[in-house]
Design a protein around this ligand. Sequence first.
Ligand SMILES: Cc1cc2nc3c(=O)[nH]c(=O)nc-3n(C[C@H](O)[C@H](O)[C@H](O)COP(=O)(O)O)c2cc1C
Length: 136
Amino acid sequence: MNKIIYFTKSGNSKIMANGLSEVLNIEAINILDKPIIKNIETLIVVSAIYKFQDSPEMRAFIDTFEKDSVNNAIIITLSASGFMSQKKIIEMFHKKEIRTLGEKTFKSSFLMINKNRPNSGDIDNAKDFIINIIKN
Ligand SMILES: Cc1cc2nc3c(=O)[nH]c(=O)nc-3n(C[C@H](O)[C@H](O)[C@H](O)COP(=O)(O)O)c2cc1C
């Protein structure tokens, strides 16, 4: 089974996660709703950068994963700059022996910049990135 999980403060990760859920036909769940993480083939993590770092909330959630509950992970990262990586989350996956298949970064809205991002083009790009990885 594949699953999308997301955390959001201002709604952008929710837009991306729900958009991906629709086009990929994979359930997307807010981590605040405590999704059950068990027997996951590929987990798609959608979250953002805050104060130059991966979200502490997503890190705390990933920390609760039991051994062998997830095989692979794909990371979709939103930020104002558009290029920051969720390095700590990738490191956590490696420690938990979860294979990180790839990370794609996106520009997303913050205050007055990147208005209306992520948009449908971003969702399409993320979809293509994920499909290419899962296929290969
Ligand atoms: C408190 C706060 C701190 C942020 N810090 C950064 C940052 O250090 N670098 C960056 O590129 N974007 C930063 N951003 C922009 C967010 O990554 C961007 O708005 C993202 O879309 C937020 O996702 P969300 O709407 O799912 O919460 C910050 C946003 C907030 C609200």
